[in-house]
Design a protein around this ligand. Structure first.
Ligand code: HXC
Length: 264
C-alpha cells in the first residue's frame, strides 16, 4: 500500500520484524494535517492486523522535526462548528491509542511541538535524539492542546512542568525530558533510528501475548485506582499462566535454551 504523507516499511531486523512508519512532510516540518491522520490510521490498522509484526516505530523524515504540530495552515480558516461537529482530534486517540494493542515506540528526531508532542506521547514510550525538543506552544496561537497534551503531559511530567509549558509555550530539551520522565532514553542524533529499531526488535522477539498483556497492564495504571489496577494485573497474569508460551518460556529457561513462541 502506498501513502501520501507517510512511508511504511517492514524491516527484517535481526531479532524480530518491525514496522517503521515515517512522517514524510519534511518541507512542513511533518505538520499533521487530515491526510496524515488518514494515512496513520491505515498504517497502524495494517500493523495491528499483521500477525507477523509485533512492534512498530514512528519517526519523522528530515533532520529537523518529528512533527511541528497540527497543520496550522489547515486549521487557520476552519470554523469552530466544524471542529466541534467533527469532534476534531478524537480519532487520533481512538485509532492510534485505543485500537492498537501491540506496542509502538516514538523515535523523536527533532521538534515535537503541539500535536507532534501529543502524537509522541500516544506511543508506548519515547526514545529521543539529543536534538529533540518538546513543547505545547498552542497558547501562542490563541488555542490550547487538543490531542491530549494537557492530560498526557501532566501525567508524564507532573503539574508544575506541564502547566509551565502550556502557559508559556516553553520547549523542553531532550535532557530535561529524560529527567522529567517524558522520554525513556536519549541517544545520539545519529544513532536514534538504529536504537529505536533495535529496541523494537527486542520487543518483537518476545512472546506476543505477553507483550500485548504487559502493555495493557501498564496502561491500566493510567485509567484505574491502585486496587483495580492490581486486580487487572493479577487477572492478566493468571490468563498468561494458561498460555502455551508460558509453558514454553519456563521450560526453555530450565533447559537453558531460547524459547520458541507460538503466540498463544
Ligand atoms: C503548518 C508548519 C508548522 C505547522 C512549521 N510549518 N510548523 N506548517 N503547521 N504546525 C512550516 C512553516 O510554515 C514553514 O513553511 C516550514 O514548515 C518550515 O518552518 P519554519 O518556521 O520556517 O522553520 P524554523 O524557522 O526552523 O522554525 C521551526 C519551528 C516553527 C520553531 C518549529 O516552524 C514553529 O514554531 N512551528 C509551529 C509550531 C507550533 O505552533 N505548533 C503547534 C501547532 S497547533 P514555509 O512554507 O513557510 O516554508 C497544534 C494543536 C492545535 O499542534 C490544537 C488546537 C485546536
Amino acid at each position: 500500500m502506498s501513502y501520501e504523507t507517510i512511508t511504511v516499511e517492514q524491516r527484517p531486523e535481526p531479532h524480530g520484524a518491525v514496522t517503521l512508519i515515517t512522517l514524510n512532510r519534511p518541507q512542513a516540518l511533518n505538520a499533521l494535517n487530515s491526510q496524515v491522520l488518514e494515512d496513520l490510521i491505515a498504517a497502524f490498522g495494517a500493523y495491528e492486523a499483521d500477525p507477523g509484526q509485533l512492534c512498530a516505530v514512528l519517526t519523522g523524515a528530515g533532520d529537523k522535526a518529528f512533527a511541528a504540530g497540527a497543520d496550522i495552515k489547515e486549521m487557520a480558516d476552519k470554523p469552530a462548528a466544524d471542529f466541534y461537529l467533527d469532534d476534531f482530534f478524537a480519532r487520533w486517540t481512538s485509532h492510534l491509542v485505543k485500537a492498537v494493542r501491540k506496542p509502538w515506540i516514538a523515535a523523536v528526531n527533532g521538534f515535537a511541538l503541539g500535536g507532534g508532542c501529543e502524537l509522541a506521547m500516544m506511543a508506548d514510550f519515547i526514545i529521543a535524539s539529543e536534538k529533540a525538543k518538546f513543547g505545547q506552544p498552542e497558547i501562542k496561537l490563541g488555542v490550547a492542546p487538543g490531542m491530549g497534551g494537557s492530560q498526557r503531559l501532566t501525567r508524564a511530567v507532573g503539574k508544575a512542568k506541564a502547566m509551565e509549558m502550556c502557559l508559556t509555550g516553553r520547549m523542553m530539551d531532550a535532557a530535561e525530558a529524560e529527567r522529567s520522565g517524558l522520554v525513556a532514553r536519549v541517544v545520539s542524533h545519529e544513532s536514534l533510528l538504529d536504537e529505536a529499531l533495535r529496541t523494537a526488535a527486542a520487543i518483537a522477539a518476545m512472546p506476543p501475548m505477553a507483550a500485548i498483556a504487559n502493555k495493557e497492564m501498564v496502561n491500566a495504571a493510567f485509567e484505574t485506582t491502585l486496587d483495580q489496577g492490581l486486580i487487572v494485573e493479577r487477572r492478566i497474569f493468571q490468563i498468561l499462566a494458561a498460555s502455551e508460551d508460558k509453558a514454553e518460556g519456563m521450560a526453555a529457561f530450565i533447559e537453558k535454551r531460547e524459547g520458541q513462541w507460538k503466540g498463544r
